[in-house]
Design a protein around this ligand. Structure first.
Ligand code: XUL
Ligand code: MN
Length: 371
């Protein structure tokens, strides 16, 4: 009887602990998930053609709800194909049509990102192109993206600075290039008083050396901008790992600045091409720590979404070609549970005692489910 009572007490304690943060506040975040239509991918890579059938945008939309997602991430031309051959009015009309499709499907746009890396005018970069006409093209396209985002019902514009950098360092003046990047951000801020700019850092690929390789670079630009309250970041797991950094520390840094407004969760198996693997597939402990910093900071409670940027492997056949999305979401949810049930009291004792070997084992056994 006494044993039962102790067990019940322990269970109640554990449940209470699971429902509160380390500071005793209730954990209430109900996470909402998003991905981009490019995450349903045909499998083409630089060395070979597609291996799976294409799925049109309108056929992708119903899949979101089926998979348990509610947010759609867009590039400008995901929403408005052939964007360069349309008049500004046609672009907006098409964006309005997409908004209707989203509404009908019960979905929302999370963000729109200008695709500044495919047009011939962006070969040598967008905002940092050495040719002023090409720089102007990049700015015009970014401003148009803001208009598209407004039509789609979001004020978030993501800027992945794909070709802002060099293959040959002497080809650009890096100091000047940062000036131009800041100018572009200020132009975007001035274009619409509601727009929020999320810089998505990445250290390389396609460039050998990219400008703004980490969130620290992005946030320093934000503070220099005309409205630092409207410039923040999106952190992608794989990009942080390509920079040799711990993604959860990158996220924590942005959260500390209240500037983590979206994430691209995925995984990356070391310093290779940008793999966009299923979240947690390469390193479960890093996945745990990313979810831990997000959860502890209340990420998601101000409308932020849990965004994925994951690709099915090229070797995945047609069947289950969406499993990487469902699996990433499932692994995130398991990690939320792991974070909420982590034994904080034991952790605190081990830290106080500086018994870090014990802490190491606690984390690993907790993740393995062997405690
Ligand atoms: C590229 C990448 C992009 C951005 C959106 O590595 O991650 O898909 O997320 O432009
Ligand atoms: Mn990304």
């Amino acid at each position: 009887m006494a044993k039962k009572t102790t067990q019940a007490k322990a269970a109640r304690g554990k449940a209470r602990q699971a429902q509160t943060t380390e500071y005793g506040e209730p954990r209430t975040t109900v996470y909402r998930f998003s991905f981009g239509p490019w995450n349903i991918h045909e499998g083409a890579d630089p060395f070979g053609p597609p291996v799976r059938d294409p799925i049109s945008f309108s056929r992708k939309l119903p899949l979101y709800k089926e998979l348990g997602f509610e947010g759609v991430q867009f590039h400008d031309d995901d929403a408005v194909p052939d964007i360069n051959s349309r008049s500004p009015q046609q672009v907006l009309r098409q964006a309005q049509a997409v908004r209707k499709m989203l509404d009908d499907a019960g979905l929302v746009a999370e963000f729109v990102a200008p695709r500044l890396w495919e047009d011939p005018r962006t070969i040598d970069g967008g905002f940092t192109n050495n040719d002023p006409d090409n720089r102007q093209y990049a700015i015009d396209r970014a401003l148009q993206t803001i208009d598209i985002a407004a039509e789609l019902g979001t004020n978030k514009v993501v800027v992945w600075l794909a070709r802002e950098g060099t293959y040959i360092r002497e080809s650009k003046n890096a100091r000047q290039a940062h000036e131009w990047l800041l100018e572009a951000i200020n132009r975007m801020l001035a274009h619409n008083p509601n727009v929020h700019i999320l810089i998505e850092p990445k250290p390389n690929e396609p460039m050998d050396s990219a400008y703004i390789p980490t969130i620290g670079h992005a946030i320093s630009l934000a503070y220099l901008s005309d409205d630092p309250t409207r410039v923040g970041g999106l952190i992608e797991t794989a990009h942080a790992k390509l920079a040799g950094l711990d993604p959860s520390d990158e996220m924590a840094f942005a959260l500390f600045h209240k500037k983590l407004w979206s994430v691209h969760l995925n995984d990356q198996n070391g310093l290779k091409f940008d793999e966009d693997k299923t979240f947690g597939a390469a390193n479960l402990r890093e996945a745990f720590n990313q979810v831990r910093v997000l959860e502890e900071a209340g990420y998601g409670q101000n409308g932020e979404m849990v965004g994925l940027d994951v690709k099915a492997m090229r070797t995945q056949k047609e069947e289950n070609r969406l499993a990487h999305l469902a699996n990433s979401k499932r692994i995130f949810e398991i990690m939320v549970e792991k974070v909420r049930t982590f034994d904080r009291r034991a952790e605190a004792e081990m830290i106080a005692d500086r018994d870090y070997e014990a802490l190491e084992r606690l984390v690993i056994e907790h993740l393995l489910g062997t405690l």
